[in-house]
Design a protein around this ligand. Structure first.
Ligand code: PEP
Ligand code: MG
Length: 902
């Protein structure tokens, strides 16, 4: 015990003690300040209080033992280094207190500048600044304002109003016109506001200011906006923030001072060069607040060549060191450059690919690392259609880019109107203040959704993303009046039927129809752009990284396709077979009539006649697909949904029959249909007579499909092609179901295939939890498994897949019950566990059992990593997601740590 107590926990690190790899402990900002210090860059001295101290504080509500003494010791050494004491009346040291979590959470947590100023040290600060009283009092009023607001929860507007009053009294609109006396008066006013709200005077003791500011930063980890941001960005809630205490340097000491931000490459396009903004005679917060206009960084060369050259040198060194795009915040204090922050900078999807490619060319990283630095979500973004680059439309509003893509259409204000106009073939944009579950049909019908309220996790945003539909949310410049069917923006009235365009990536809203173009990346995948010849850096980079992903990946990528056209496109996108050909749609359209005959058949002969008529049609369907997929495996799934889905809706039919009877018409056929629909009606059709159950109940149905598949394969093979069919039985829960279907199928296959050389595999979907849990038995009868994670999620969670996402998932997301819909990304612990069990037990019973997944998760980046880890052979997804799955399968093969590219 005693021995343990004597080893004091280290909660505070000088910048010289840390490094960039200690982000967990020192946060991103602290770790990078330490790294820059150790590189010999001019970082103002300071120290970092660890995330562990924050976590201990948040757990107990008080500072952990030893923290106060460690802060004292590090403060003393900082004072020695600076030759000044915190808040000293003659020559004060001032510090900033800044948050800094492991992952950047811009603007979500607190910062307090100028700590150490009080009624006496303000005079000392003025002396330090060469008698600049105005500067000293301005700094003091900023401290009271920031401290009041962030540490003591004084409403920020009160300070703003007092500042406005001071400007009004002076007859100006510009802060810079306030002189020292005005600012001294403002300090008095601020102090009164502070006292009124807190019941105490503004603390004059510098160390008390420091301790309270540190505490406020700790607590800001749990501020509502930070909690919401974390949930949205899927940042774990238990990381805590570090706190950086840094000697103040001032960019607002005159024309030879200033502050700015810089990027080592363009974070928008990835182009090489110097990008950034500079603001003379200002502090960092002025840049962020956009109070005055910045100038391009290049202009600093004229203003202060020495600092500019130095900055360029540091930028080059940082990029070389981090081997990536860095963003930088700096301040110049009377001609001396200080580096205040750096980090690997955020970038657009296009820039991510381009930069990764450039860094490989420059020899800074290898292709594995380049592949690690991009991700499927970025690639998916690059595949959405977008507005033409050279359009001349000006945005009338800007909201949140909630779901990417570009959409134009006629404005509608209600779900019903959206459905109506869409049915007439119109493109519509559904405009609402905010959406709710009642709007679901309208959202489905619309090309895009535009709301004036709500953020990235609003109902509109979540549902739209789930549907892959373009959405701009929270465009608060829009005054939406649903009853009057209009909205007003930028002084213009937009009525129902007027055309608008929305960009779900940038959040911009335009009046009129902005022309749309397919993305270059899709043109490349379609084979319409030759990457060797394209002068497009993005296409070249995508090509290079995709090629590498294909070389590295172990998972094969197939597609879900049930038409020849889809199969052909998927093949161009790199699909290595079909993992799921749903046969349901083949029973619709002008074949309904035959299906009705099948369902209504009252004798074996009638039923067999209907099946015999369907057989050649099915055979043609499969021939088409086998031809497109020549030489590649094609998994054909026997019919799955309940048969009544192929009949007219009950209510509509009942009304029609009643009306016809009233008129005395002959309704015998309709009556029979109605009786069949009534007989087949199920309360829970998704859990009813579908899949293998249907095959066991309707004699000859599966047999007809099996025959059509085998005959098609033989025909394609005989005509010189190569068909590799895999017959898949849906919704199996018990091995006996599969055995029964298989016995019949094998007979038919043997009879049809003869000596043609065609080989037909028979396997099953694993999509019922019981199948996953008895996979060892089922594997005895199956040559392959394909995980149907849509149904497995539905039945694993008990969530009706057709209802819940629009109905209440927004609330579950808001509460953090899950960070993303389990229908979108595999729930590793629950549904994923079923997959793992089935894979292990299936392979134990039948070594070499072929394993794939064909639920929607097969194209979800994070899920692809999971399927790689579990050891599946392939993932199968919709054609458009094939490139995303290829990329992520490559990434999964080079990293075991998952897709942490935040
Ligand atoms: C599944 O359930 O995951 C699946 C692929 O089948 P369907 O979506 O057709 O039910
Ligand atoms: Mg299913």
């Amino acid at each position: 015990m005693a021995a343990q107590d004597s080893v004091e926990h280290k909660y505070v690190y000088d910048f010289a003690e840390g490094n960039k790899d200690l982000k967990d402990l020192l946060g991103g900002k602290g770790a990078n300040l330490a790294e820059m210090t150790n590189l010999g860059l001019p970082v103002p001295p300071g120290f970092t209080i660890t995330t562990e101290a924050c976590k201990a504080y948040l757990a107990t509500g008080r500072e952990p033992d030893g923290l106060a003494a460690q802060i004292e010791a590090h403060l003393e050494s900082l004072e020695r280094e600076m030759g000044r004491k915190l808040g000293d009346p003659q020559d004060p040291l001032l510090v900033s207190v800044r948050s800094g979590a492991k992952f950047s959470m811009p603007g979500m947590m607190e910062t307090v500048l100028n700590v150490g100023l009080n009624d006496r040290s303000v005079v000392g600060l003025s002396a330090q600044a060469g008698g600049n009283d105005r500067f000293a009092w301005d700094s003091y009023r900023r401290l009271i304002q920031m401290f009041g607001k962030t540490v003591c929860e004084v409403p920020g507007e009160e300070f703003e109003h007092a500042l406005d009053d001071a400007k009004r009294a002076k007859g100006t609109q510009n802060d810079l016109d306030l002189d020292a006396d005005d600012l001294r008066g403002l300090v008095d006013a601020y102090k009164k506001i502070f006292a009124k709200h807190t019941g105490r005077e503004f603390p004059q003791e510098p160390r008390e200011q420091l301790d309270l500011a540190i505490r406020a930063v700790f607590e800001s980890w749990n501020a509502e906006r930070a909690v919401v941001y974390r949930r949205q960005e899927r940042i774990p809630a238990d990381l805590g923030t570090a706190v950086n205490v840094v000697a103040m340097v001032f960019g607002n000491l005159g024309a030879d001072s200033g502050t700015g931000v810089a990027f080592t490459r363009d974070p928008g396009s990835g182009a090489q060069g110097i990008y950034g903004d500079y603001l003379a005679n200002a502090q960092g917060e002025d840049v962020v607040a956009g109070i005055r206009n910045t100038v391009p960084l290049q202009e600093l060369e004229q203003l202060d060549k020495k600092s500019y050259d130095e900055l360029l040198d540091y930028m080059a060194r940082l990029e070389e060191h981090y081997k990536d795009l860095c963003d930088i915040e700096f301040t110049i204090e009377r001609g001396k450059l200080w580096m205040l922050q750096t980090r690997v900078g955020k970038r657009t999807a296009a820039a991510a690919f381009v930069i990764a490619g450039q860094l490989v060319d420059e020899g800074l990283i290898d292709l594995d690392e380049a592949l690690h630095r991009v991700n499927g979500a970025q690639l998916a973004q690059l595949m959405f259609p977008r507005f033409q680059l050279d359009h001349e439309f000006q945005p009338v509003a800007k909201g949140i880019g909630a779901s990417p893509g570009a959409a134009s259409g006629k404005v509608v204000f209600t779900s019903a109107r959206a459905v109506e106009l869409a049915a007439e073939g119109e493109s519509v944009i559904l405009v609402r203040r905010e959406t709710n579950p009642d709007d679901l049909n309208g959202m489905i019908a619309a090309k895009g959704i535009l709301t004036s309220r709500g953020g990235k996790t609003s109902h509109a945003a979540v549902v739209a993303r789930g549907m892959g539909k373009t959405c701009v949310s929270g465009a608060d410049e829009l005054d939406v009046n649903v009853p009057a069917k209009k909205f007003i923006v930028a002084g213009q009235t937009v009525n129902e039927g007027d055309v608008v365009s929305i960009d779900g990536t940038t959040g911009k809203v335009y009046l009129g129809e902005v022309p749309v173009m397919p993305s270059e990346v899709v043109q490349y995948f379609e084979g319409e752009l030759n990457p060797e010849q394209a002068d497009d850096a993005l296409v070249k980079a995508v090509h290079r990284i995709m090629t590498h992903a294909d070389e590295k990946r172990r998972l094969r990528v197939r597609t879900n396709a049930d038409t020849g056209a889809d199969a052909a496109r998927a093949r161009r996108f790199g699909a290595q077979g079909i993992g799921l050909c749903r046969t349901e749609h083949m029973f619709l359209g002008d074949r309904r009539e035959l299906v009705e005959r099948l369902i209504l058949a009252s004798t074996d002969e009638e039923r067999e006649a209907a099946l015999a008529a369907l057989l050649p049609l099915q055979r043609e369907d499969f021939i088409d697909i086998f031809r497109e997929m020549d030489g590649l495996p094609v998994t054909v799934r026997l019919i799955d949904p309940p048969l009544h889905e192929f009949l007219p809706p009950l209510e509509q039919l009942a009304v029609n029959v009643a009306v016809a009877q009233e008129r005395g018409e002959d309704v015998a056929k309709e009556e029979a249909l109605l009786a069949a629909v009534r007989r087949m009606h199920e309360e829970n059709p998704m859990l009813g007579l579908r899949g293998v159950r249907l095959g066991l109940v309707i004699p000859g149905l599966f047999a007809m499909q099996v025959r059509a598949i085998a005959e098609a394969a033989v025909e394609v093979t005989r005509s010189g092609g190569s068909a590799c069919p895999e017959i898949m039985v849906p919704l199996v829960g018990a091995v006996q179901e599969l055995e029964t279907v298989r016995a019949e199928a094998e007979k038919i296959i043997a009879e049809v295939v003869g000596d043609s050389g065609v080989e037909v595999l028979i396997g099953t979907m694993i999509e019922v939890p019981r199948a996953a849990l008895t996979a060892g038995q089922i594997a005895e009868a199956a040559q392959f498994f394909s995980f149907g994670t849509n149904d497995l999620t539905q039945m694993g969670w008990g969530f009706s897949r057709d209802d819940v996402e629009g109905a209440f998932f927004w609330r579950y997301l808001e509460l953090g019950i899950f960070g993303i819909s389990p229908f979108e990304s595999i729930d590793r612990e629950g549904v994923g566990r079923l997959v793992r069990i089935a894979a292990e037990e299936g392979r134990a019973a039948r070594p070499g059992l072929k394993l794939g997944v064909c639920g929607e998760h097969g194209g979800d980046p994070d899920s692809v990593h999971f399927f790689h880890e579990v050891g599946l052979d392939y993932v199968s997804c919709s054609p458009f997601r094939v490139p995303v799955a290829r990329l992520e399968a490559g990434r999964a093969a080079i990293t075991t740590t998952g897709s942490d590219s935040r």
